[in-house]
Each structure stands twice: as structure tokens, then as C-alpha cells.
Write a protein that binds this ligand. Structure first.
Ligand SMILES: [Zn+2]
Length: 313
């Protein structure tokens, strides 16, 4: 385990001169089938994933000095799935997978990555490893960790990993390939007009509102790759989802201050002004319930209160 506690540390110093005249992104794929597939999305970056049950997006970046893999699975999570991408990479390239980057500890994004530890070292946020071990995740285990950000310079491609504090889990990172204008933001983005999270069980709502603003302003981002489904989206997604999250927070909180019950709040908070989200009906009930749970821990009601007490006073 090599903990890296600093701002930015280059793993390799091989930094290539960046081309000032990049080809247009329009020539690359930004939409794909739900079946297992590999799609080139920019000059250096490939998206891979798919699966019949719950399509997942992961990335790989082939270079002359090795391949960088970001996240792992295709669904279902079994040996056949990880062997599929391993065989594809061996067939296409003469270099091994050198780094495996794990976006966060959730099994659906990382299962099967241990298949690459014969040639690769694994990288993740410093809070990732305890989750992997405690939960018994079927995953590679990081030997390199970092706190705030980490640059990987390999074969002329610079890959920047950012951690902005707890959001969806306490260990989620985003991956930025600035020279290609690609940002991989699993579970903080989905394709436009889809809410990203069924519920907020491990979401730090307040910091996520901050981080969505940061992501919307990150420079050198042309396309945002979501963690699930197709197609890609843009940084506007972060602003739209932030508006939803802020509005939901304020509405649920106002009703809690007015001492309304969770059942009442569920009937009153409809979020109809956000019905451009095609999966709103599917997500709303659990979004309200878990926002209520989050805000229960945020505030103290006046005395006497009709609010239910969840802990012994
Ligand atoms: Zn997740």
C-alpha cells in the first residue's frame, strides 16, 4: 500500500507534447448498444461495457507503454465477463494492462478487476480499500491510493483522478482526460434526462451539491461519460441534477420544519417541474425517503415536537 498524500503526483514522468489541433469529437462514438461492446469515444479513450441486465460503462486507454483500465465489469459479474475484455485487449494490443483505476467501491463497477492484477497495479481513493475488504468485494485491491488528486502520465496521455470529498459513497472519484476533453463521472451522471441515483443511502447530499458545481466548471471537458447506459452527456447535466437535488432538499426540509409526516411529504413532493427526467416516477419515492433520512440527521425540531424520534433521548 503506497498512500499518496499530496496535491498531484505523477506516477510516470513521461509527458508527451500535446497536439494543439485535436480532431473533432464528432468523428467518435457517443452512443452504443446495451450489449457488451467496445466503442472509441475520443482520440485516446475507449468505452467498454454492456450486459443484458444493467449496462455499465467503463473505460480503457491504450498507449505504447501499457493500457490503463478504469473500472471493470460487464454485467453479469462473473469470470466470463472479465475474461471477455481481457481477451479483447490481448488480441488488440501488444502491451499489458499497466494500471487499473477503481472509481468507487460499488460492486457493479469494479467486479472482475482482479483478473488484471497479473500485470497491473491498482489505484483508488484512500477510503476505498477498507470498503473492499470489509464488504468482500470481488475486485482488485488498490496498492496505490491518494487523497485529493493524482496524475497518471503514461505513453503520452495524461489522466487526472479527482476526489472532491464524499458524494455517492465516501470514495467516489472522477477521471479526466483533459487532452481529449473526456470526463468519466460514474453515478454522478447518467444520460441526459435520466436521474442518476435510485436512492441516496450513501449520498452526502450537501457536498454533492457543491461537487456538481465544481464538475460543471471543470475546464477541458467536451463529453461526460456516465457510469450507466448510453449515450454520453455534457457538463450541463451536473447543473440540471444539482437543481433537482437542491429543490428536493429544500422542499422536503420545509415540510419537515412544518412537522409533516413522511407519508404526507411523499404525497406533497411531486417534483413535477423536473418531469423532463424520464425515470422520475421510478426514482422519486426512494429519493424523498432517503432525503428525509438525510435531513433527519441534519436538524433539530422545536420542542415539543410531533416528529418521530428515532433514537433514545
Ligand atoms: Zn455506485
Amino acid at each position: 500500500m503506497i498512500p499518496i498524500v499530496g496535491q498531484r503526483i505523477a506516477i510516470s514522468v513521461l509527458v508527451a507534447a500535446l497536439s494543439l489541433s485535436q480532431p473533432s469529437l464528432a468523428q467518435y462514438v457517443t452512443e452504443w448498444d446495451s450489449e457488451p461492446s467496445i466503442d472509441r469515444i475520443s482520440k485516446h479513450v475507449y468505452r467498454w461495457g454492456g450486459g443484458s441486465n444493467f449496462p455499465i460503462n467503463a473505460l480503457f486507454i491504450p498507449t505504447d507503454e501499457g493500457i490503463v483500465l478504469i473500472d471493470g465489469p460487464i454485467s453479469p459479474c462473473d469470470g466470463a465477463s472479465s475474461n471477455w475484455i481481457k481477451e479483447e485487449l490481448e488480441r488488440r494490443y501488444d502491451v499489458p494492462v499497466r494500471y487499473v483505476v477503481l472509481s468507487h467501491d460499488h460492486m457493479s463497477h469494479i467486479c472482475g478487476t482482479a483478473a488484471f492484477t497479473d500485470t497491473a497495479v491498482t489505484i483508488g481513493h484512500k477510503k476505498l480499500r477498507p470498503h473492499l475488504i470489509r464488504e468482500g468485494r470481488v475486485s482488485a485491491i488498490p496498492s496505490i491510493s491518494f487523497e485529493e488528486s493524482l496524475d497518471i502520465d503514461v505513453g503520452g496521455v495524461k489522466i487526472v483522478l479527482y476526489y472532491f470529498g464524499p458524494t455517492h459513497s465516501d470514495n467516489l472519484i472522477v477521471t479526466h482526460i483533459p487532452q481529449d476533453g473526456v470526463l468519466f463521472a460514474p453515478d454522478l451522471a447518467r444520460p441526459t434526462n435520466q436521474l442518476p441515483l435510485p436512492d441516496f443511502r450513501d449520498l452526502d447530499v450537501d457536498n454533492t451539491i457543491e461537487v456538481l458545481g465544481i464538475l460543471s466548471r471543470l475546464e477541458n471537458v467536451d463529453i461526460v461519460v456516465p457510469g450507466h447506459f448510453s449515450p454520453t452527456t455534457t457538463q450541463d447535466y451536473f447543473l440540471d441534477f444539482r437543481a433537482y437535488l437542491q429543490a428536493l432538499r429544500e422542499r422536503v426540509l420545509d415540510h419537515m420544519v412544518a412537522e409533516r409526516s413522511l407519508d404526507e411529504i411523499l404525497s406533497l413532493v411531486t417534483m413535477k417541474d423536473f418531469d423532463h427526467y424520464e425515470n422520475l416516477d421510478q426514482m422519486l419515492e426512494r429519493n424523498v425517503i432517503t432525503m428525509y433520512d438525510y435531513l433527519y440527521r441534519y436538524r433539530e425540531s422545536n420542542y415539543p415536537s410531533t416528529m418521530p424520534v428515532r433514537a433514545v433521548e
